[in-house]
Design a protein around this ligand. Structure first.
Ligand code: SF4
Length: 226
């Protein structure tokens, strides 16, 4: 069993330190079960931190409802941002939406581009990546430089899935409604599939299944890789 007290003290102290330095903070969240820990921590130590929701237009309705429920429950300010490129211009030469033929470019248009102005107006980007989720995330540091002169703070980097589930259980926190149906990681609808628990070989297996792609660009193109 993990003793969370020292971990939480460190998170609170860092957020206080950023405030004392006059740094502008924001967080991002995809509002799935794994996201609940960071959102709950913000409700305890960082209610002044706005939470950016990247509204790709491809989310499950259950995710949108979960987002609204968590925002109200935790008293958080959610700011939705969307791609500057209209959906009508997000098609390939055959007229298909890009997630089918070029998911990297689709993610760039819908996740990376909308973050540029957010980064330009802030100093600290807080997000809940964990090293155990993928090899890309394993190479990250708790604090590291990001685009537009910002830096990223990863308060949960050292947490494994057992710690996440213990924290959720200790605090009687809700889970994404689709988890019970076998969606262990939930992103955009076209790029998420449900899996048997036995089929999971890492925590992100259910995203972009069958492709080499494991990240959307937020944690690589915008300074997530070290
Ligand atoms: S996860 Fe899929 S639908 Fe969402 S932005 Fe990326 S490619 Fe497009």
């Amino acid at each position: 069993m993990t003793d969370f007290a020292p971990l939480l003290e460190d998170i609170e102290a860092r957020l206080d330190g950023y405030r004392q330095r006059g740094l502008k903070m924001f967080a991002t969240s995809s509002f799935q079960t794994n996201s609940v820990v960071l959102l709950h921590l913000l409700s305890r130590f960082g209610r002044d931190v706005p939470v950016i929701f990247l509204n790709t237009g491809f989310h499950f309705p259950e995710t949108l409802a979960f987002r609204d429920d968590l925002a109200e429950r935790f008293g958080l300010t959610i700011r939705a941002v969307a791609s500057p490129i209209p959906r009508s211009q997000q098609r390939d030469a055959s007229g298909r939406l890009l997630f089918a033929s070029d998911p990297d470019y689709c993610c760039h248009l819908n996740k990376v581009l909308p973050m540029e102005p957010v980064l330009a107006e802030n100093d600290v980007w807080i997000n809940g990546v964990r090293a155990s989720q993928s090899s890309v995330r394993k190479a990250m540091k708790v604090e590291q430089p990001a685009a537009h002169g910002t830096f990223r703070y990863h308060p949960l980097l050292g947490w494994d899935s057992q710690m996440v589930h213990q924290y959720l259980s200790d605090n009687d926190l809700p889970r994404h409604p689709l988890e019970a149906q076998g969606y262990f990681t939930v992103g955009c609808r076209p790029c998420t599939r449900k899996l048997d628990a036995e089929a999971l070989y890492d925590e992100r297996t259910g995203r972009w299944f069958g492709l080499k792609k494991t990240e959307c660009g937020l944690h690589t193109d915008l300074g997530g890789s070290s």
